[in-house]
Design a protein around this ligand. Structure first.
Ligand code: ARG
Length: 249
């Protein structure tokens, strides 16, 4: 009897160890895949080209997945849903030209940064708005939930119009529904180059850095992503990807 009990105990321990192991070994949401949550309304970082999502982040994610021997899956969603998708374990990482902020760090971990960025102001050519100070009391378009949205709240007397897509804010500016758009510099340059009569103010609104958002419950994935990012930086691959999408002017 004693023997039987100890044999059962040992078996039970074995099972717990195995399942326990199984859990901690689970690096990603779906084995063999790296699921990236993004908002593909943000050229040149992520945007639609035909039925594909392309851009700097898409290529960085593909390179990270390759380093890790995983298949990349891209899930497009509203920008303000990405952090929730990461914390709920629906995606492995948010990669969306996402700025590291103190507030977001309360909910997710951020990888090492991979790009420097800033919020800039787009106005119509000949606008009276010629500096950040001149935004006081104006109507400003932003993309919902972005740092442009968050930081523009501090502009005195300003009215914020929040759009699901940055490009919708630009359209509103073109039709004089708003006075200015605050958005990240690279998408701003893309939108301005695609539309007549818009300019970007020389004075920047903020300085920021982009990183991948990863669940606080997955330190192992954070370490792997950082390792892969470091390799991409060292090998020059990261610069190569950026240069393909951003032509220095
Ligand atoms: N950098 C800004 C932020 O983190 C905007 C990012 C928007 N990204 C996007 N894929 N739409 O809030």
């Amino acid at each position: 009897m004693k023997k039987l009990v100890s044999a059962l105990l040992i078996m039970a321990m074995g099972v717990t160890m195995l399942t326990g192991c199984g859990k901690s070994n689970k690096l990603t949401v779906e084995e063999g895949k790296l699921i990236m949550g993004t908002n593909a309304e943000f050229p040149p970082y992520e945007y639609h080209e035909g039925d594909q999502i392309v851009g700097i982040d898409a290529e960085i994610a593909a390179a990270i997945a390759e380093e890790m021997g995983l298949e990349l899956v891209i899930e497009d969603m509203a920008f303000d849903s990405i952090i929730g998708a990461v914390t709920a374990g629906k995606v492995d990482m948010g990669l969306a030209g996402m700025t590291v902020t103190e507030d977001r760090l309360k909910n997710v971990n951020f990888s090492d940064t991979y790009a420097h960025a800033s919020q800039v102001v787009i106005v119509k050519e000949g606008s009276v708005i010629d500096s950040v100070d001149a935004l006081t009391g104006k109507t400003i378009g932003v993309q919902l939930g972005t740092t442009g949205d968050i930081y523009a709240e501090d502009i005195e007397g300003a009215t914020l119009e929040r759009y699901n897509k940055g490009f919708e804010a630009v359209q509103s500016l073109l039709t004089d529904k708003i006075d200015a758009v605050i958005i990240d510099e690279q998408p701003a340059k893309t939108f301005v180059s695609q539309n007549e009569g818009l300019v970007i103010l020389d004075e920047k609104f903020t300085e920021e850095d982009y990183a991948a958002a990863i669940s606080k419950n997955n330190e192992a994935l954070l370490a792997e992503v950082n390792k892969a990012l470091a390799k991409l930086k060292d090998s020059g691959k990261l610069d190569e990807i950026v240069a393909k999408y951003i032509k220095e002017d």
